[in-house]
Design a protein around this ligand. Structure first.
Ligand code: XMP
Length: 535
């Protein structure tokens, strides 16, 4: 395994992720662990290498954090990244100075000599035959003098020592960040370190993560009880499945059905978790409560606030009951949440307005403190695609795990204006047809379904009536809009160029099968200036 010592960089978990991508186990620990801890950690002989991360502080302020000196006595390869390089230089007898010129952003780095780390890895070669790397730099201080035994490995104009190596001791250091995707060869460099230099065996798979996570959860929870808010979304579902694997009946899931879910969604969640996994799930049917509160309200923000607020109220009531304990239960002491790593970064860094909205609903912020419960977040270190992979490894159906995102307020933001049960029922049926056909329809070129070729697709209910003709009669019914977008980050999005044949099939089926809808339109607006959801 690889030990990653964290000096507080925002991207430390990305290093861990790259090591996992190379199928090697990695563990992140704080940089201030003791020498003794390090020696003990390495004692079983499984440790193949150490990576020293960057630091948040190095860019903005002074820090005196050092790596435990024992790291350099273990005889395993060490890679220092950014601040990790500076501390390595400093601790091994080199010199580090406050940079006069702060580098932040892209840089072209020249690789010197043929170190085992960078040999034959380059984005392009100069006419003089120098291998060049396009990298992401972010630092203020820099190494100005190599420690004894080190040679120059890489340089840029403003940072003459952008990489250094002591190949005899297998110490390598890079001023730039190989873990971020902006560094095009970053993955290759980290793979080279882990597999080539550390000679770690690439035999780690997601299944191993389950065993590690299960052991951790058991240790953390002991014989106490846990509550989890299940929404049917990917993150809470995977968290539930994982925690259930670890502690079985010590977990109780609370599933608040606000009546604004998709067709059969509530039953499917119950069937999966209660039926198949035999987890304890309390389903709270709160649809009447929610619809009652929403009656007469047509302002989008007011609707969102009502749904979010009621959700928290209902969940809190159930959690309070479970906390109090009854019938042989001693009462829950933990609240589990499906927080994933991007959520962690988001809440630490600058929050966009949307991020706040998404979080306040999804991760029911502040609840653990209000309820006096401890927090259990077993997905905190994982990225979305890893969470999905983990879900499949835990036996959740791929259709569930690879589902398009669904907003917390559910159909509440897909029924324009006032929400009524009649509208929700019509919308659910129309939307189910759209999604079914997207899954059925394959793209000739790629063989993939249009569901997989779009990032998010759904139907919107428009509370206006239009005239139509059916058989010999005139109809005067509602209109729906189909929305399908392609995006990588949901911050910007293009409307998907769905095949006409698919749109035709969907429109025909909705109008024929859903009495009450007589017109289907397709939304051809990009984000920006439109948003993905209509409200
Ligand atoms: P917009 O409509 O802002 O949506 O382009 C971007 C993404 O965010 C989702 N979304 C939400 N998710 N709670 C959520 O959990 C919300 O209140 C919420 N509002 C929008 C939306 O479905 C899309 O994926």
């Amino acid at each position: 395994k690889i030990l990653i010592l964290d000096f507080g960089s925002q991207v430390t978990q990305l290093i861990a992720r790259r090591v996992r991508e190379a199928h090697v186990l990695s563990e992140v620990h704080p940089c201030d662990v003791s020498d003794e801890w390090v020696r003990e950690y390495a004692a079983d002989g499984h440790l193949k290498g150490v990576i020293l991360s960057g630091s948040h502080a190095s860019v903005y302020e002074e820090t005196t954090d050092k790596a435990p000196q024992a790291v350099f006595d273990l005889g395993v390869p060490v890679l220092g990244i950014c601040y990790g390089m500076q501390t390595m230089a400093h601790q091994l007898g080199g010199k580090v100075e406050g940079g006069h010129k702060r580098e932040f952003g892209f840089a072209s780095v020249r690789a010197h000599g043929h170190t085992a780390l960078l040999k034959d890895i380059a984005d392009f070669t100069t006419p003089e035959g120098h291998g060049m790397l396009n990298v992401w730099m972010s630092h203020g201080d820099k190494v100005t003098e190599l420690p004894p035994g080190f040679k120059l490995m890489a340089s840029t104009d403003s940072c003459p020592i952008a990489g250094m190596a002591d190949e005899a001791r297998r110490y390598y250091a890079l001023q730039f960040h190989p873990e971020v995707t902006h560094t095009q060869q970053g993955k290759a460099i980290l793979e080279r370190f882990v597999l080539g230099i550390c000679e770690a065996r690439p035999d780690w798979v997601m299944r191993d993560h389950i065993a590690e996570a299960v052991a951790k959860i058991r240790e953390q929870v002991g014989d106490e009880e846990v509550i989890l808010g299940l929404s049917g979304g990917v993150d809470s579902s995977v968290a539930a499945a994982l925690i259930h694997r670890a502690i079985g009946d010590q977990l109780t899931c609370v599933f608040v059905d606000h009546g604004l879910l998709r067709l059969n969604e509530g039953d499917m969640v119950m069937e999966m978790f209660e039926g198949k996994l035999h987890a304890k799930v309390i389903r709270v049917d709160a649809s009447e409560l929610f619809l009652g509160k929403l009656a007469g309200v047509s302002d989008p923000e007011a609707k969102r606030k009502i749904i979010g607020g009621e959700f928290v109220t209902v969940f809190k009531q159930e959690a309070a009951k479970l906390k109090a304990g009854d019938g042989g239960h001693k009462g829950a002491t933990f609240l589990a949440q499906g927080t994933i790593y991007p959520d962690v970064i988001e809440s630490g860094g600058a929050k966009s307005k949307k991020a706040v909205t998404i979080k306040s609903h999804h991760n029911v912020g502040g609840l653990p403190e209000q309820l006096g419960l401890k927090l259990l977040e077993p997905l905190r270190d994982l990225f979305k695609d890893e969470v999905r992979e983990l879900g499949v490894a835990l036996g959740l159906p791929p259709e569930m795990v690879y589902r398009h995102p669904f907003p917390g307020p559910g159909l509440g933001v897909r029924i324009l204006g006032e929400v009524k049960k009649e509208y929700a029922d019509l919308l659910r049926r129309a939307d189910a047809i759209f999604i079914e056909e997207l899954r059925n329809f394959k793209d000739d070129a790629t063989g993939k379904s249009w569901y997989d070729l779009t990032s998010q697709a759904f139907t919107v209910f428009l509370p206006v009536k239009s005239v139509g003709v059916m058989g010999d009669g005139r109809t005067y019914d509602y209109v729906v809009a189909l929305r399908a977008v392609q995006t990588s980050d949901f911050m910007t999005a293009d409307w998907a160029e769905l095949p006409y044949a698919l749109l035709k099939k969907v429109s025909g089926r909705i109008i024929n099968e859903v009495r009450g809808i007589n017109r289907v339109t397709y939304d051809v607006s990009s984000k920006p200036p439109a948003t993905i959801e209509w409200e």
